[in-house]
Write a protein that binds this ligand. Structure first.
Ligand code: NAP
Ligand code: ZN
Ligand code: ZN
Length: 385
């Protein structure tokens, strides 16, 4: 593997000045949604207004939206105060219903996806390098973010029947993949694909995956598709056979000290997806010379300190990574189509969202809940213009 491989160049999409985007004649939609109205409200039925598409916009009739652990952290205020009501959801798959006049790369009926961001400054080095998620001015998240190009409205996510997104942040869902099982690729898939690609994982490399949830199970599938040998570290004894079925070559119970010691110096790259604070030092011991641990989970509480000595001994790197850029997200979807990789999902109705959150926190999901938006109540109707 070659650490630091450059990301693919951004898609050839001309960057238009933002203000050329004018609303289409016609109204926005009033759409059914589920979201939180306070930190402890749980998810309740809500109604949202979506803007009429502007000339660069794509209006999407949402079919499916994955449930990410980040949605739990955010709606419960675990990452700090939020703007409520908050409709979560950033693993969106649907079909295009309307497009603005400047949109040439998408047409009504196309199956498309939207991930964790719906805008960025489009001018900084990160944006110009196709790394919009690291926009120097801050990317605009798909929910709970101020949308500077749309009057500072707070963005609302995919637990809803429709969304309007600038075409630059929309990706194409390849034909031949189950659209419900594609939805989790838009966050869990790209978040694990990006660090695997950054390290140019290839045949012969050994990848460790810590935590077998939504992100973790995608890391296993993607690393296997790249030709790596994969070791899974889990706290759940019940997940051992399932991890092997997913393609893991070995499964280690992380609370078993002897099993952890047996894995010492055997891994090139660790993808850590755990959603709760945990000690990383035992994992550093499992890394080979020049190995790296990418922490992807963002627990609400502080982590135990990393011992610098364990990093120095074998020139190890401790890194973070956040989702992936738009071009890289498209590359990931195309890679998944080529290798027939999708998420293992459990489809849920809107009425079961709160139960799904509870089960996710308890680690009781194999491996991603996906909301079937046809179960959201009120039918979409035209809003006042
Ligand atoms: P998830 O489906 O809930 O999986 C998390 C896994 O962590 C669990 O299945 C469990 O696996 C393990 N775990 C161990 N102890 C735990 C505990 N006390 N509480 C919860 N989980 C525990 O979550 P996810 O959607 O994959 O997200 C994982 C983390 O990544 C979250 O913090 C999320 O916010 C973050 N995230 C980051 C990015 C990014 O861009 N960096 C993107 C998306 C999500 P075992 O049972 O196998 O031990
Ligand atoms: Zn997510
Ligand atoms: Zn930028």
């Amino acid at each position: 593997m070659t650490p630091g491989r450059p990301v693919p160049p951004p898609l050839a999409r001309p960057v238009l000045p933002a203000d050329t985007s004018t609303p289409l004649p016609g109204a926005g939609l009033t759409v059914a949604a589920y979201g939180a109205v306070s930190e402890d409200s749980g998810l309740v039925p809500l109604t949202l207004s979506r803007r009429a598409p502007k000339s660069d916009d794509v209006e999407i009739a949402i079919e499916f939206c994955g449930l990410c652990h980040s949605d739990v952290h955010a709606t419960r205020g675990e990452w700090g105060s939020q703007n409520y009501p908050l409709v979560p959801g950033h693993e969106i798959v649907g079909t295009v219903s309307r497009v603005g006049s400047a949109v040439q790369d998408f047409a009504p009926g196309d199956r498309v996806g939207v991930g964790c961001m719906v805008d960025s400054c489009r001018e900084c080095d990160s944006c110009l390098d196709g790394l919009e998620q690291y926009c120097e001015k801050g990317m605009t998240g798909t929910y709970g973010a101020k949308d500077a190009r749309n009057g500072d409205a707070i963005t609302q996510g995919g637990y809803s029947t429709s969304v309007v997104v600038d075409r630059r942040y929309v990706v194409r869902v390849p034909a031949g993949l189950d659209p419900a099982a594609v939805a989790p690729l838009l966050c869990a898939g790209i978040t694990t694909f990006s660090p695997l690609r950054h390290f140019d994982v290839e045949e012969g490399d050994v990848v460790g995956v810590v935590g077998l949830g939504g992100l973790g199970h995608m890391a296993v599938k993607l690393a296997k598709a790249m030709g790596a040998r994969v070791l899974v570290f889990t706290t759940s004894e019940t997940k051992v056979p399932a991890a092997l079925e997913l393609g893991a070559d070995e499964v280690i119970l992380s609370r078993d000290e002897d099993a952890m010691a047996a894995a010492n110096r055997s891994i090139d790259l660790i993808i850590d997806t755990v959603a709760a604070p945990h000690d990383l030092n035992p994992y550093f011991r499992t890394l080979r010379m020049d190995g790296a641990l990418f922490q992807l989970g963002l627990p609400a509480d502080a982590m135990p300190p990393v011992n610098p000595r364990s990093l120095m001994r074998r020139r190890l790197a401790y890194a973070g990574s956040m989702i992936g850029g738009i071009a890289e997200t498209q590359e990931m979807l195309d890679f998944c189509a080529e290798h027939q990789v999708v998420a293992d999902i459990e489809l849920v109705s809107a009425a079961r969202l709160n139960e799904a959150y509870r089960r996710m926190v308890e680690g009781d999901v194999k491996y991603r809940f996906v909301l079937d938006t046809s179960t959201l109540q009120a039918p979409a109707k035209e809003a006042d213009a």
